[in-house]
Design a protein around this ligand. Structure first.
Ligand code: FMN
Length: 175
């Protein structure tokens, strides 16, 4: 799809007719891997959940009901970043943003992920309201990783509504 069209038409979808397969997710993640990161440190990590048993457990224990319902029928990708990579040098944090840089890099990665998914015909929902401790325990996520989001990936069952944005002039100062 033309890039500007992709940007305009991607929306968070909260009703799924079908789930992305392991192969679909591999293709999406190949593209997401092209996201820039601090010194190419690539701190993003993904836990792709496609089996019915694992999906049921992640939904039941790792998501509040409203997000479990919104993502029903989709596959899930739990995204994390490894602390102490982005924003860090041999002497420690490069500036006071510290591990925020890891979250920054994961955000870029996940932005690429949702756009890559849209380009391949899939819809997504980023969910930041989740139980990180439950997800760590279910998926064996190591302590050095910060769990950020759970991203639903599948094909829409109904059209999402529009989400208006602030005008550029409202959120930008030119000098
Ligand atoms: C970091 C982040 C966390 C979010 N968490 C949730 C969530 O827990 N549940 C949900 O339904 N939507 C969640 N969203 C989706 C936003 O509500 C949505 O992106 C926003 O309303 C703009 O709509 P659009 O994505 O359709 O353009 C989240 C989005 C982001 C980027």
């Amino acid at each position: 799809m033309e890039f500007s069209k992709l940007i305009e038409t991607r929306r968070s979808v909260r009703a799924y007719a079908s789930a992305a397969s392991k192969e679909d997710i591999e293709s999406i993640l190949e593209m997401a891997q092209q996201a820039p990161s601090w010194k190419n440190g690539q701190p993003a990590r993904c836990y792709a959940v496609t089996s019915p048993e694992a999906l049921a457990e992640v939904r039941e224990k790792g998501l509040p009901d409203f997000n479990a319902n919104s993502s029903a029928g989709a596959s899930l990708i739990v995204t994390t970043f490894v602390r102490g990579i982005s924003g860090f040098g041999p002497e420690g944090p490069a500036n006071k943003a510290g591990n925020y840089w890891g979250a920054y890099d994961l955000g870029l990665h996940d932005a690429y992920l949702v756009l890559a998914a849209a380009d391949l015909g899939f819809d997504t929902l980023i969910m930041g309201i989740r139980d990180a401790e439950a997800l760590k325990s279910i998926l064996g996520i190591p302590d050095e990783e910060e769990v950020m989001s759970v991203i639903a990936v599948g094909k829409r069952a109904k059209e999402p509504g529009s989400r208006p944005r602030k005008a550029v002039a409202e959120m930008t100062k030119f000098f």
